[in-house]
Design a protein around this ligand. Sequence first.
Ligand code: SF4
Length: 419
Amino acid sequence: PPAPHGFSDPAEIAVLRGSLLAWYDRCKRDLPWRTLAVTELDADRRAYAVWVSEIMLQQTQVATVIDYYNRWMQKWPTLQALAQASLEEVNELWAGLGYYSRGKRLQEAARKVVSELAGQMPRTAEDLQKLLPGVGRYTAGAIASISYGQATGVVDGNVIRVLCRLRCIGADSSSPAVIDRLWEMANVLVDRSRPGDFNQALMELGATVCVPKAPLCGECPVKQHCQAQRRVEKELAFASQKLFGKPAPVPDVEECGVGDCPLCPPATEPWDSSLGVTNFPRKAAKKQPRVVRTATCVLERRGCHGAPEYLIVQRPSSGLLAGLWEFPSLPLDQDLQEEKEREALAAHLQAWMGQPMAAKGLRLMGEVIHIFSHIHQTYVVYSLPLDGDVTLEPGLSPSRWVTEEEFHASAVSTAMKKV
Ligand code: SF4
């Protein structure tokens, strides 16, 4: 690869590793999974502890994960314990963490380890990826390096950002050419004697210093290796020379010098001085999220002790929010008028209740917007108080009446809690 986009000097690599690890030792955050990775002596338990944290941390902030992680590890401290849990319990504990299929797949994989691998976790990144459903290249590398000390690199969103800046990679960071290059670089850089700490240090740097919008380059332990930072400094020097009227040398704003370099910013979007180091990484334009409208109805009755109860029904066992509970809901066609929405919802509810249902009894309460990663979802919320006893159709999906307290303890999504 062109020199500015890689690491080839062993002396530079050694210095970078040393600086990064020294910074990590000084500044790392205390996190429960890090403690377990150090204190747990049993390799299977250690790998399990790291695995759970890695799955929870996918697309979720550290601060949110900590409580969930502690509760999970208290309830299921081993693979064997998790393998015996029901999916309902897993969903209940996961509720609110988002991307619910992660919990389900984690449990399926734990069952596989117990039943097919005699309870022993695979011992290399390659085997972890090959044998465990839901474990991709990143997670496998993280578990193997942190739990077993395998010298293998990792590439996640934080690492992508740091490496793209360190080596001025301005091509689309989700393209295969860039991703391959970053994995190669991560494998070259990873410290041979402390691979787990090195990987965590690189991710920690991306999470706390080399952050997306306003990186703290002044505090960065590897700034002397950063090509993006070097470029900013050169531009500054050039600007001040100009200010003092000195004969200005032409600044070195050439790209790497290779024509049509697949890693440089595209000619159509060259380096933008106003962005500084945040010129990197670059992403292809995001796909617009799908817009979905769903009518949902909070059916309320008086329970046997007089407290209000609400009907919740279970979603199908695959697809979005699989197996979670919700108020009876119906996806709507776009641009439906309110009257038609009511009629469609009444017909849907009628199937549950097995009795005719007047659309005008439904009270429109308002709208709730919830953004899933790829869906812009609007819930049109209706309510309907019921008198007397109601018998539900037994042939439909599972359903139950719950008090408000039971509702909050059930496996319901954050979107439904908003509703
Ligand atoms: Fe990131 Fe700035 Fe450090 Fe470069 S110097 S790695 S841009 S924080």
